[in-house]
Write a protein that binds this ligand. Structure first.
Ligand code: ZN
Length: 410
């Protein structure tokens, strides 16, 4: 390793406590999507802009997408630039500000979701790993360079975006529409990874979410024959659908983790308020991650066809409403510059051989691939995203920041 790299790495290590504090500050500001009853990312964005201003970035820009559903009416996106020797090539590190809701409160046994705490070298709190860990690592990679007065080889651009958890329409998709990214750019999306940092993701499955609304007829539970139990029909349909989709779409691709398509019944909306009422309406959801070899529209046709069969059989109405559909993008070529650079960085700094493959998706990387900007997804995490007691390991923040700094200067 060169002298300069060693200096950078020890500067990153010196910033460890500052990174920990900064990450904890971010956890204290929830940024939950309006779809989940939250007020969006505005407060967190204010904090981040403040933070970035003190670190000496060359340029900080905000691109706010309008969204009437949140109090500020805006979904903020921040781009922060630290200029390099080459201005025509930008290393982008894209992370997201929004977090998913904490879920069942009682399952948070280490600390409350938005009251971060440090225990055994880990920072606990909602959003700690997904995606504040990588956001802080990217910000402090630049800070380390700045502190040492090192101009990176290429411009480093940090993208801190909104709306990743709900499909990115107000986040990276909005930024891409502004024409800010070029095919020559090098994009890293640190939002998926293995515990040892050995996995680099260059492909994603199609993502399809839909709502199943079953309408029957509400009645007293002692007289079921007077109504039509929408909950029963909803469950029967969901189970039959689960089986059908797995049977109809069994293909495996060992480059993906997991290798098969996934079809999961997930969210369930509340129906009636009392045990002795037969529900007249039932709402549940499926999350499907479909291998690129299948057409997601064909899958949706199968979903609708089975719903029609169940309507005939039961007399209930079953409506299928699409919540999200992201068709798998063309995978990033495994021989492009950013993939090779990152491989080299992992090898050199960790002494391991990274594996390159696909995942269930969908990250911000998919939208870059759609406009032919190669993007690689990588980070070092314990895969605690969306779980109770989510945490980020402090050593992972430090070590990933080293890799970002390395990519900027290599
Ligand atoms: Zn994430």
């Amino acid at each position: 390793m060169s002298m300069e790299t060693e200096r950078i790495f020890s500067e990153v290590e010196r910033l460890k406590d500052e990174m920990t504090q900064a990450l904890m500050e971010l956890i204290r500001i929830p940024a939950i999507a309006p779809e989940n009853g939250g007020e969006g990312e505005s407060k967190k964005a204010e904090k981040l802009v403040q933070m970035l201003k003190t670190l000496g970035f060359d340029q900080i820009l905000r691109f706010d997408a309008e969204d009437a559903r949140v109090p500020s009416k805006k979904r903020p996106n921040i781009l922060a630039y630290y200029y390099g020797e080459k201005r025509d090539e930008t290393l982008w590190i894209v992370t997201h500000m929004d977090v998913v809701p904490p879920g069942e409160d009682s399952l948070w046994t280490v600390t409350k979701p938005f009251e971060p705490t440090v225990k055994d070298g880990k920072i606990y709190g909602r959003g700690s790993e997904d995606n504040m860990q990588s956001m802080i690592a990217s910000v402090f990679a630049v800070k380390a360079l700045k502190n040492l007065g090192i101009k990176p080889k290429r411009t480093v651009g940090l993208g801190l975006v909104a709306d990743e958890e709900q499909g990115s329409k107000y986040g990276i998709q909005y930024l891409i529409k502004q024409g800010l990214f070029k095919p020559k750019d090098l994009v890293v999306v640190p939002d998926v990874g293995y515990a040892d940092g050995s996995f680099m993701e260059t492909a994603e499955k199609s993502v399809v979410w839909f709502r199943i609304r079953t309408i029957g007829k509400q009645t007293h539970a002692s007289r079921p024959e007077m109504g039509l139990n929408a909950h029963r029909v909803g469950m029967q349909y969901a189970l039959a659908l689960d089986e059908l989709l797995h049977e109809k779409y069994p293909a495996k691709d060992e480059n993906f983790e997991p290798p098969a398509s996934t079809f999961e019944p997930t969210e369930k909306e509340q129906n009636v308020d009392a045990v002795n009422i037969i529900p007249g309406e039932d709402v549940s959801y499926f999350d499907c991650r479909i291998l690129p070899s299948y057409d997601p529209d064909e899958v949706l046709d199968a979903v609708s066809k089975l719903a029609a069969d169940f309507e005939k059989k039961t007399g209930a109405k079953i409506g299928i409403e699409l919540v999200q559909k992201t068709v798998a993008s063309e995978p990033t070529d495994v021989n492009v510059k950013i993939v090779l650079m990152l491989k080299e960085a992992i090898r050199k700094t960790r002494g391991i051989e990274p594996k390159v493959g696909g995942i269930g998706g969908g990250t911000c990387a998919a939208y870059f691939r759609d406009i032919n900007v190669p993007a690689v997804v990588w980070s070092t995490i314990d895969e605690m995203a969306h779980q109770p007691n989510e945490y980020a390991k402090i050593e992972n923040i430090v070590n990933d920041a080293k890799i970002f700094a390395y990519l900027a200067t290599a």
